[in-house]
Design a protein around this ligand. Structure first.
Ligand code: ZN
Length: 149
């Protein structure tokens, strides 16, 4: 069972399952203070979301990012409020693509990666900056138009 797992005692199987893991963030891209720590959801949200209530957080400016469940591998790069919002906003139309069942999730990621000219393994919303999020959103909206035409 994974109940006694923490980011300091992660699951080996869950860790091995993550393809292309990013290193743990040590520098905050938003401020000059480098005080990135592992923080519990209770401290960020005042409650627990999901099964793995941990984030990496810059204690100076509160930019943060979650972790793959039962590991200490970050889901992406640290995000401030604007970037978190951009990632959320662009993920929505993208998810609509494969929720439509006219394309698989894999095909959608392949298409987006090709659009960006990057390998599919590097095509993660958690890795995008705001500009890339907006490009992904525009691409997704176009694809959705094509699918419904
Ligand atoms: Zn910071």
């Amino acid at each position: 069972m994974s109940h006694n797992k923490t980011p300091w005692n992660p699951s080996k199987t869950a860790t091995a399952r993550v393809k292309n893991p990013l290193p743990a963030p040590t520098k905050c891209p938003f401020c000059d203070q480098c005080i990135v720590k592992i923080v519990h959801h209770n401290e960020v949200y005042g409650r627990v979301y999901g099964e793995w209530p941990w984030v990496y957080m810059c204690k100076a400016c509160w930019a943060y990012v979650g972790m793959h469940p039962f590991t200490n591998i970050p889901l992406g790069t640290l995000a401030d409020g604007a970037l978190r919002k951009a990632r959320k906003n662009c993920k929505d139309p993208f998810e609509q693509i494969y929720l439509s069942k006219k394309m698989t999730r894999d095909e959608a990621y392949m298409g987006l990666a090709e659009h960006f000219g990057i390998p599919k393994e590097e095509c993660h919303f958690g890795w995008f900056n705001i500009e890339q999020c907006e490009m992904a959103r525009a691409w997704s909206v176009e694809v959705l138009k094509g699918l419904s035409a």
